[in-house]
Design a protein around this ligand. Structure first.
Ligand code: HEM
Ligand SMILES: CC(C)=CCC/C(C)=C/CC/C(C)=C/COP(=O)(O)OP(=O)(O)O
Length: 302
């Protein structure tokens, strides 16, 4: 047995690491990134620093709490899948009550910060997002229908809209456009992973598209959503929210995503699906980074 497991300091370190991994930190990182870019796009020039930081902290904590509730609800399902069997609740490293207290603390603190330091509308929309992911998607949609992530994706698509509302106090057409981009990005993002993890999902009894409709149907769905995504990501240029620099980035990212999606549909291989999943994350990060750079460094054609 490792010495750190026996010493109190080692025990605390293990517990802290388990609690952190419960919050799906890498997913939450990208959620926060998109939310803060939504905030910055909504204001001309530099934002109010206190509201900006409070928005980032509040949304991060609420999203982390939602992820922890998801792990709590799914602990027995997670134990049946290779990808998730080592998660702290699935493997018994954390007790359910510890996770519940931690998740509630995170969510209440996050929502409290948004309520006190940002604005009420952002808090209510974040609460709706929390319920949408942690309860509606996790408890109800995910085990019920292969369209689970299409409908549940509405929660994952909220972060830039939350950031926008945090900055301005209201929902606008441009904010809805940012929502739409992540909404149509989610199916290719998730179904790519579900394709190469199909056996996991089948073993867990979850009705993911590759399990219910097979490989060929899913790769076609990924391709069609990627085409739709390519069209939707051009709309910020059409509305004037973004300019030439963003357009170049969007064209390059869409070109590569479509190339991978076409290739995967023509000839399926787990390696291509894995490539599509990994690229989806670079895609969203790159697209939002381009929106930000374009906002602050507009080209003449912007
Ligand atoms: C309902 C919508 C979504 C579903 C069903 C979904 C599903 C997944 C799944 C199953 C994974 C694999 C996690 C793992 O292997 O531990 C994953 C990874 C990831 N997702 Fe999503 N996702 C959704 C929305 C989002 C959103 C909105 C973002 C960010 C804006 C995001 C960012 C990421 C990132 C960064 C990873 C990689 C995590 C890592 O490398 O550890 N996802 N997603
Ligand atoms: C601001 C706020 C409250 C945001 C909450 C929305 C949120 C955390 C969305 C993340 C989506 C996500 C990690 C899906 C993972 O799918 P899954 O849960 O099916 O994946 P799994 O099989 O890995 O558990």
């Amino acid at each position: 047995m490792r010495e750190s497991v026996l010493s109190p300091a080692g025990l605390w370190r293990d517990k802290a690491a388990a609690l952190l991994s419960l919050t799906k930190p890498r997913v939450v990182q990208l959620i926060t990134f998109c939310a803060l870019i939504g905030f910055l796009l909504a204001v001309p020039g530099w934002p109010d620093a206190v509201t900006f930081v409070a928005t980032g902290v509040g949304i991060t904590l609420a999203a982390a709490g939602a992820a922890a509730i998801n792990c709590l609800v799914e602990r027995t399902v997670d134990a049946r899948m290779r990808r998730t069997e080592r998660r702290p609740l699935a493997s018994g490293r954390l007790a359910p009550v510890e996770a519940l207290v931690f998740a509630v603390l995170l969510a209440v603190t996050g929502l409290g910060i948004l309520w006190i330091r940002v604005n009420a509308l952002t808090m209510w929309l974040t609460l709706a997002t929390f319920v949408g992911y942690a309860i509606v998607y996790t408890l109800w949609l995910k085990p019920a229908t292969p369209q689970n992530i299409v409908i549940g994706g509405a929660s994952g698509a909220m972060p830039p809209l939350l950031g926008w509302v945090a900055a301005t106090g209201q929902i606008s057409g441009d904010a809805l456009l940012l929502f739409a981009i992540i909404f149509v990005w989610t199916p290719p993002h998730f179904w790519a992973l579900a394709l190469y993890r199909r056996d996991d999902y089948a073993r867990a009894g979850l009705p993911m598209l590759p399990v219910t409709h097979g490989e060929r149907f899913t790769t076609l769905a990924v391709l069609l959503y990627t085409l739709l995504l390519s069209a939707v990501t051009l709309l910020p240029v059409a509305t004037g929210m973004a300019g030439g620099l963003y357009l170049l980035a969007a064209l390059a990212l869409n070109g590569r995503f479509l190339q991978i999606a076409f290739g995967m549909h023509r000839r399926y291989a787990h390696a291509t699906a894995r490539r599509a999943f990994v690229f989806s994350i670079w895609y969203l990060s790159g697209l939002f980074a381009a929106l930000l750079v374009d906002h602050y460094l507009p080209w003449p054609m912007s």
